[in-house]
Structure formats: structure tokens, C-alpha cells
Ligand binder design. Structure first.
Ligand SMILES: *Cc1c(COP(=O)(O)O)cnc(C)c1O
Length: 453
């Protein structure tokens, strides 16, 4: 029987983060300020520590991971690479399927990989509090954990619909000592303005970001922390792909295709960018970001400058976007409901160097259940998007007789998403293609700027 779990020692946790900017054929488009000019480091200093701003703008290929951050990562890393023998058998496919399992972190997803780094740098900069947003609660719980580890207070603006539907993610944040508010809240100008216009607003990630940024910008002791999208966040997640490269090397395999669910792009960038370095050096490997048909940012959005939040407080980023006032339908993959996407992922997609695919909700739950029955682990609804794409391609291999190596990032477990699985079993979930007109409507509100030459 070939090996099932490919494990590394703690001393094989990467010593450096990998910065994809060093291998991109074109430099990343700069974020722009309200005047249409590129924003400098100073504009970000009100809400981020200097070390993270440097990483955000860096073109260095390798950035050293500070020892206290590696010691924090030791608690759950290296994460296992697992061969999905049983899933292969259930599908009757000649494809060899592997997954990296990020559900082994205390919060149950990849998100603590960046949370501990961000908490560390803020603590080093003398910051006492962090404000942030959370959708489904995965990021809020990860930052609550990291805040506890590095002695920072954490306040989380949680999208109201999740605040009500996901009480146990809230309980996790409380257990790790964080304060949690339903967003839109009456604590910020941004929240009050949304409530005045839409008293029944169920919230959105974009609104919660506006609230958290406003709070950080208005208090000296408080910084803002974002769980995805930004360059430094993707950078911190590259421990995933680097470990996977070592694990594949140990067994003499190499993936033909790398898949990850894609919301803001951090777990996709984390697993795929180290393989992009191989691709840039001439290796053949396909990198596929998988998103919901209900929030089809890469596959149906426009490549344009847009705000990262709902109100328009953040710098403008050149990215695929559905429009910053996009109101996502209530699908059960909260982590994939963001209107935009990482600028790095967007640019690589725009230049044809990575691929994107959209899959409908029902098919993702069907794939997740099939995976759980074969492999045991119950995946997060977000992760089910990658699993859908892998199963589709493994079935195509069965047709063609090809034995491709398919590798995906199992970004988290679904232990706090069982109500969504229950609704799937009860036949209450629906497929939802975000309507073309709604996309056009939201895109009509894009800020008008010319991309700099
Ligand atoms: C947040 C989340 C995602 C999506 O976010 P990215 O920034 O695209 O990584 C995917 N899977 C899980 C389990 C998540 O918590």
C-alpha cells in the first residue's frame, strides 16, 4: 500500500516566506489613493505596522519568518499532505489525488498562519488592540487566537447574518478573549450610515471592513488586521505550498494541477504561489482558483480599480471585482463571499498565468459529502469548492484513462458549519447564479480612475 500521510518534522517548517512578486512577469499595479495617485507607505501607517507595510510593497523573493512566529506555527505545523486513496477508489479514477490539510490549526483553517504573524508584528510595534471583520467567523476566531498568544486585545465586527447563524464561532472568539459585535453596528460612522439607509441590513464583509478600518484609523493604540486579499497575507500563507513541495519531493511525486477555493485569494496564493515559482522556472503545472457561481469574482467580474470595502475608505486596488457595493446572496460558504480578490491573484489571472473556475453550491456540498464518506474529514463549505473541481477532473481522467496528479488545499474543517450540511440534507439549499444585470449594476458604481501608465 503506498503511503497515506506524508509528514514533515517541525524543523522543516519553512524559514522564509516566498514573495511571488519576484517571479511575476510584470510588477504589481500600485494601490491608488483618493486623488488617483499611488499610495505611499505613509497612507497605510495609521492602521498597519511598518513591518507589514514593507512586506505589502516588497519585491524581495524571500522574507525571513521571525523566530517567535515560527514558534507559534509549531503548534500545528507542518500540516499533513494526505493521499486520498479512498476517494480515488470511490471514484474509480486513475488520477492520484492529494490534499494538504489546514484544518489541523486550533481555529480549524489556514487563517491562523497569517494571524500569528500579524499579531506578532503589531505587538512588536507597541500596538495594544486589533480591530478586524469576519464573515463566517473563521478569520475572527483565528485573530482572536493570535491576539491571545501575543497579548493583544481583539475586537471583531462580525457580519450580522453570520453573527446570528453561527453562534459557536462567536463562542470560540469569546473563549480566546475577543470582543464580538454584529455588523453593521452603531459603534462606527460607517455602521450608523448603513443602518440609517438600510435598518434591516444583514451586513456584508465590505461593510464590516469599513467599520473595522474606521475604528483602527481613529485610535492610536489600535491597528487593523485583514484575513486575506492583501499581499502580506498571501505571503504569510506560502508556508502551505512550500511544505507541500517538500512533501511531494519525499515521495517522488509532483502535481499536474493545484486547486484551492478562492475568496480573497489567501489560501490559493498560499498553496499555489510556491508552485508558480516552479512554473516561472519552466515547470509545467496548472494552478486553479475555484469560486462559487453566486460570487463569481474572477470568472464574471471586471478587472478594474475598486475599493476593498463597502463605503470606500480603503485605497483603490486593481483587481477582479463585482463592485464594492455587491450584496452577496446568502450562500453557505461565507469565506467566499467577498466582492473583490487579491490584486496579485487578479493580475496573474488577467495575464493568463493561472486559471479560475466557478462551481454551483449544490455540487459543492455533494462533493463534500462524498469526500467525507471516503476520507473521513468533513470539509468546510469553502473547501468543498476545490473538492468539486478535483472530483470533476478525476472523473474526466477516468474517461480519458489519464493518471494525472491532482492536488488541492483542504483549507479547513466544517465542524462549525454542520447547520449548512443539515440544510443540504433537508433539500433546502439552492444553486444561485449571480444575475448578469446585478453584476452590471454594481459595476456601474465603480470609482472612475485611469490606471496609471
Ligand atoms: C476564509 C476561508 C477561505 C477563503 O478565503 P481565502 O482568502 O480565499 O483563502 C477558504 N476556506 C476556508 C476554510 C476559509 O476559512
Amino acid at each position: 500500500m503506498p503511503q497515506t500521510k506524508i509528514l514533515l518534522d517541525e524543523n522543516e517548517i519553512p524559514t522564509h516566506w516566498y514573495n511571488v512578486v519576484a517571479d511575476m512577469p510584470n510588477p504589481p499595479a500600485p494601490p491608488l489613493g483618493p486623488d488617483g495617485q499611488p499610495v505611499g507607505p505613509d497612507a497605510l501607517a495609521a492602521i498597519f505596522p511598518e513591518a507589514l507595510i514593507e512586506q505589502e510593497m516588497s519585491a524581495e523573493r524571500w522574507i525571513k519568518i521571525p523566530d517567535p512566529v515560527r514558534e507559534a506555527l509549531n503548534m500545528w505545523r507542518p500540516s499533513p499532505l494526505i493521499r486520498a486513496h479512498r476517494l480515488e477508489q470511490a471514484l474509480g479514477t486513475p488520477a492520484r489525488i492529494y490534499y494538504k490539510y489546514e484544518g489541523v490549526s486550533p481555529a480549524g483553517s489556514h487563517k491562523p498562519n497569517t494571524a500569528v504573524a500579524q499579531a506578532y508584528y503589531n505587538q512588536q510595534a507597541g500596538i495594544k488592540r486589533l480591530s478586524t471583520e469576519t464573515g463566517a467567523g473563521q478569520w475572527g476566531s483565528s485573530l482572536a487566537l493570535a491576539g491571545q498568544m501575543f497579548g493583544l486585545e481583539v475586537r471583531v465586527y462580525m457580519v450580522k447574518v453570520s453573527y446570528e447563524q453561527k453562534p459557536f464561532r462567536r463562542s470560540m472568539m469569546h473563549t480566546w478573549g475577543a470582543e464580538v459585535l454584529a455588523s453593521p453596528s452603531d459603534q462606527t460612522e460607517a455602521g450608523r450610515s448603513i443602518l440609517a439607509a438600510h435598518p434591516d441590513s444583514q451586513g456584508s464583509l465590505g461593510i464590516a471592513i469599513s467599520e473595522a478600518v474606521e475604528e483602527a484609523a481613529s485610535r492610536d493604540d489600535t491597528n487593523y488586521s485583514l484575513g486575506s486579499v492583501l499581499n502580506h497575507v498571501l505571503l504569510h500563507q506560502t508556508v502551505i505550498g512550500q511544505e507541500a513541495q517538500k512533501q511531494f519531493e519525499k515521495i517522488g511525486e509532483y502535481p499536474d494541477v493545484v486547486y484551492a477555493p478562492c475568496g480573497g485569494g489567501s489560501n490559493f496564493g498560499g498553496v499555489a504561489f510556491p508552485f508558480f515559482a516552479d512554473k516561472a522556472a519552466g515547470k509545467e503545472v496548472r494552478l486553479v482558483a475555484v469560486e462559487p457561481t453566486s460570487c463569481p469574482t474572477l470568472t464574471k467580474g471586471h478587472y478594474a480599480y475598486d475599493f476593498g470595502d463597502a463605503i470606500g475608505m480603503t485605497p483603490l486596488m486593481l483587481m477582479y471585482t463585482l463592485g464594492h457595493d455587491f450584496m452577496p446572496p446568502g450562500i453557505h460558504a461565507g469565506g467566499l463571499r467577498y466582492h473583490g480578490d487579491s490584486a496579485l491573484v487578479s493580475q496573474l489571472y488577467h495575464e493568463g498565468l493561472i486559471e479560475a473556475r466557478a462551481v454551483p453550491q449544490l455540487g459543492t456540498f455533494e462533493a463534500g459529502v462524498q469526500f467525507a464518506r471516503a476520507e473521513g474529514i468533513i470539509p468546510a463549505p469553502e473547501s468543498n469548492h476545490a473538492i468539486r473541481a478535483v472530483i470533476d477532473d478525476a472523473l474526466a481522467c477516468k474517461e480519458s484513462g489519464e493518471s494525472q496528479v491532482l492536488f488541492f488545499n483542504l483549507s479547513g474543517h466544517g465542524h462549525f458549519d454542520m447547520a449548512a450540511y443539515d440544510r443540504y440534507f433537508a433539500g433546502e439549499l439552492e444553486d444561485f447564479d449571480y444575475p448578469e444585470e446585478a453584476i452590471e449594476e454594481a459595476l456601474a458604481h465603480l470609482p472612475k480612475v485611469d490606471a496609471p501608465a
